[in-house]
Write a protein that binds this ligand. Structure first.
Ligand code: FE2
Length: 443
């Protein structure tokens, strides 16, 4: 510190004017902070890890100016009221300030039955009605042709759940699917996650708007240089957008299961999404290493940050939750690796250095094996129609490829059904073990 600065501070401290600062009331400091934040529109209450982005709570008129025509058609066909604006960000008084408030959201057990459990393993009702069923790679990703998601019977939905659980992600093109119908399908698959601060379709909470163009219009500094970087810890390095490998919402008490993204505005070229399999990532490990990891637990954190009530000036904090590092899937019965670079922070029972070493290796295995991945090109058909991807967030990581750099609009709605409280069954088998596929025995 320079002498001049020291003098200045000393002068300030001895300035009698300071005494004009009064304690305004006797309320505890955390309550005063909460009141200050809630009532001051200049404080960016929705601020996440993106430094410059400032979403305004409530329905945003400015979004209408960049709303793609095909999206507008889809919303209007569904009688979604966008007269006041689009999208809708939760109201200021509903957004959590403190980490304990955020942690308390859905911090209770919700009964969950996996619709895939007990479904016909041959999936005769679903496959029999489809025009074509195309496996896009050997291990991950299947496309179903000739069916409308909105028309599926419950039996077909159950078989679809099992198919997603087995194949990690399933695609449907040329879908006439309203946000309301998408929400209804998500509701069939589990308790729908309603996010505390991300943009939603107006009047349809739980239908999250996936629209980087809007975030950029609100100040998100997404560009060619900072998107799609490899080995990128999105929470540590304050990346922007959804281009790094991740699994959605791992900090939930009952994290995400079947997750449905429907894109209704799609670039002609670019904007693909890539998925990687957690079953495959587990099966890439040696038997000895699998044995070491089985039964271990780890700390999982939220993407969003909040204040610590007991240490409000100690910097932003994330929600933390402990889950098994290796999980068992309730429908397939297969074991899978449950990690992702940004949100799996620490393995319990080993030293922090050992944890970092092991986790970094596991992230690499999950992110870097081409035979565990599928890259999907979304396609546009006619206005009001779109393409759907439904994936199992338990057994996968995904990333968006932002190579179109916003030159053409890309917009979608996501409905996320929460699944079971994660568990590990020591009797369960891996995918390849269960399917009788080759597993190398290292000497
Ligand atoms: Fe995501």
């Amino acid at each position: 510190m320079s002498a001049a600065t020291t003098t200045t501070i000393t002068e300030q401290l001895s300035n009698p004017e300071r005494e004009t600062v009064k304690i305004v009331n006797d309320a505890p400091i955390d309550e005063q902070i909460e009141e200050l934040i809630r009532n001051n529109n200049q404080i960016n209450i929705t601020r996440t890890r993106h430094k410059k982005i400032a979403l305004q709570p409530g329905i945003d008129k400015s979004g209408l100016a960049i709303l793609p025509e095909s999206t507008r058609k889809r919303l209007e066909d569904d009688d979604i009221d966008i007269a006041k604006g689009y999208p809708e960000v939760p109201e200021r008084n509903k957004i959590p300030i403190f980490v304990d408030q955020a942690h308390a959201i859905r911090d209770y057990d919700v009964p969950f039955v996996d619709r895939g459990k007990g479904a016909d393993p041959e999936k005769k009702a679903l496959f029999g009605a489809a025009k074509e069923v195309i496996n896009l790679t050997k291990n991950v990703g299947t496309e179903i042709v000739g069916l409308q998601l909105e028309d599926l019977t419950n039996q077909q939905k159950d078989e679809l759940a099992l198919l997603i659980a087995e194949r990690v992600v399933v695609f449907f093109r040329d879908q006439k699917l309203s946000p309301t119908a998408q929400h209804k399908l998500g509701d069939y698959y589990g308790n729908i996650e309603v996010h505390a601060q991300t943009p939603q379709v107006p009047g349809l909470p739980g239908t999250t708007v996936i629209w980087n163009d809007y975030q950029v219009s609100q100040g998100m500094a997404l560009n060619f240089s900072n998107s799609n970087l490899g080995n990128w810890d999105s929470t540590k390095y304050l990346s922007v957008g959804n281009q790094g490998w991740h699994t959605d919402l791992v900090h939930e008490r009952q994290p995400t299961g079947y997750t449905h993204l429907h894109l209704d505005a799609i670039p002609e070229v670019g904007g693909d999404t890539i998925w990687s399999s957690g079953y495959g990532a587990y099966d890439k490990l040696s038997d000895e290493f699998k044995k070491f990891l089985d039964g271990k637990e780890a700390v999982y954190v939220s993407a969003h940050q909040y204040l610590d009530r007991d240490d409000p000036f100690g910097g932003p904090k994330r929600i933390e939750r402990v889950h098994p590092l290796v999980r068992t899937h309730p429908a397939t019965g297969w074991k899978f690796l449950y990690v992702n670079r940004g949100m799996t922070k620490r393995i319990l029972g080993v030293s922090p250095v050992e944890s970092d070493l092991i986790l970094n290796y596991l992230f690499d295995v999950y992110e870097k094996n081409a035979d565990l991945q599928v890259r999907f090109k979304w396609t546009n058909t006619k206005q009001g129609y779109g393409t759907s991807a439904i994936w199992d967030n338990r057994v996968s990581q995904h990333r968006n490829v932002w190579d179109h750099e916003g030159a053409e609009p890309r917009h979608g709605t996501r409905v996320t059904s929460l699944a079971e409280k994660p568990f590990f069954d020591p009797e369960s088998k891996s995918q390849r073990e269960s399917l009788g596929l080759y597993l190398h025995q290292w000497e």
